[in-house]
Design a protein around this ligand. Sequence first.
Ligand code: BDR
Ligand code: CA
Length: 313
Amino acid sequence: MAAVRKIIIDTDPGQDDAVAILLALASPEFDILGITAVAGNVPLTLTSKNALKICELAGKRDTRVFAGASRPLMRTLVTAEEVHGKTGLDGPDLPEPTMKLEAQHAVDFIVDTLMGEEPDTVTLCPLGPLTNVALALIREPRIAPRIKEIVLMGGGFFEGGNVTPAAEFNIFVDPHAADVVLRAGIPVVMMPLDVTHKALTTARRVERFRSMGTAVGTATAELLDFFERFDEQKYGTDGGPLHDPCVIAYLIRPELFSGRQCNVSVETMSELTMGMTVIDWWGVSDRPKNALVMRDIDHEGFFDLLSERLARL
Ligand code: BDR
Ligand code: CA
């Protein structure tokens, strides 16, 4: 097996974030240095608590969880309770966590970790708005060349947006942070809606989780039962898009995904298209290629991986 990869998961759980965290916790490919919570799907107090709940569900109580930014850099926080429910993790009845958050701020943890670990060994996995990552880059620009890679869920191009016609939720919530990250000269892999809208939680796939007969399998099915109802209505599909686990799956099995190197620029000025990821797929500008933008996924392989791994917890 390849060397274990050191990762920091930056997240706003969120049912799909929760499944991504479970996938990472179940996978021996990772040394999870920490989970950093950010405001997004629901406010920070809930996203940080939800991250603890998921670690406890997985029986991984030694995972370190840090709370980060409570609002975007410039804009008012927009949340998504209509998708994720009031708690952000509506669905299963998960107990209040007994694990505690670390005292250190998430942004300080990201900076200290990147400055302390060998350069080029730590991968960041942002699954929510990019506020914590941007703040870390602003606080300590020397971390930029030390980051191995940023693999993030965000954006959309051929699929358009999911929160406005132009913008995907994570980028829309903090477009200025996304702009900072995409201009930092760090290798970025981007999982946009173009990929995640093909990763549908069909009834058959959810039943596979439920029939595991484990606490994690049952909770995952219940999380997805709740999560998919909004998108099924919106898109008229069997199941909803399972966005965030695509990031973790890519790090385990990159061959499940395909895409190309492009320039990605974020709209930060226009109210109409705020947070749009303008992706130069056809290379018609001379802007530098700053991200590997994914467009396709082997969705059967993705759900096989997910089921196989979650069954280990
Ligand atoms: C993204 O927004 C959130 O609602 C999900 O957790 C995912 O990260 C999809 O647009
Ligand atoms: Ca998320």
